[in-house]
Design a protein around this ligand. Sequence first.
Ligand SMILES: [Zn+2]
Length: 317
Amino acid sequence: MSEFYRMTGFQVHGYFLYVIIGLVFVWPLIIMLIHLFKISSPNHRKGLYFLGLLMPVASFMVYQYFLAKRCQDEAFLWFCDASVIMMLFLIPIIGIILLRVIFKVVYVEAFKQHHLKIGVTNEDFDQKFKLCCALLKMPVPRYRIVNQKGMDAVAMGIVKPVVFIHKALVENLNTAEMNMVLLHELVHIKKKDTTKGFCMYLFRDLMFFNPISTIILKQYMVERERLCDEEVVSLTGDKKFYLRTLLKVWEMQLEMKLSKKSFGLMAHLTSQQKTMTYRIESLMQTQASLTVQPIKITVLIYLMVVLSTLYITGLVC
Ligand SMILES: [Zn+2]
């Protein structure tokens, strides 16, 4: 088998090796660096998780296409043979996953269009919405008030995302509370979180055979929410009130089962219990999470992840 790909230069099998070995290496490395350098900033953590998902694929590209490295080390050849066998059944599964991705995009887009039609707008709400957009200095996206299980407040869609707000929120939150909710969703749109989220989910799907990819993706999404929370707090300067609003919506969400589903194309206000606890706790802590590492240290940490992952994966194949 080894001869087969040596002769044909058939290197796709390396992809599976890089993802398996790369993620097994990079995940503990990131956890270690976060603890060692006490990295609490959601921005940096998010960056590290992004690197974690990116590095195995980047290593594969670097070695197989730029350096045109071939599996030469005899000690690891059995790895290559194993991944050639893996390739035979993993490639069809990846094909199915890609079809599922297309289905997901079509489904969410249809869902969005349907709710754009049945959802309502109102003048009073219009004004609040536009004021929040003005505060964020961003173009005004579309919004609808809906009465749909599975939604509390959510930004949805890859192109031209829409904000959907559940009727119960409009009826039960006062203006100041609603502003907090809207700002949270609008920050997601301004940062193009739904599009980026979709790409990250796609990336994870292509690495589904290593469950560490799902763990890293989840952590990435949690930090994305923390970052959004911090942005709203720094915009409004009222942490306690934002926290209270978040708790109020969370309580409503639990009572009415307003939100759960997410396809990477949606950015909800509330999350799963564990994540909510973490978000609330980190917001309640002092400004520690907003302190930023000196740029030199950040660059050093990122370089450590990139170079050591390249080195480790390069040893194997
Ligand atoms: Zn959010």
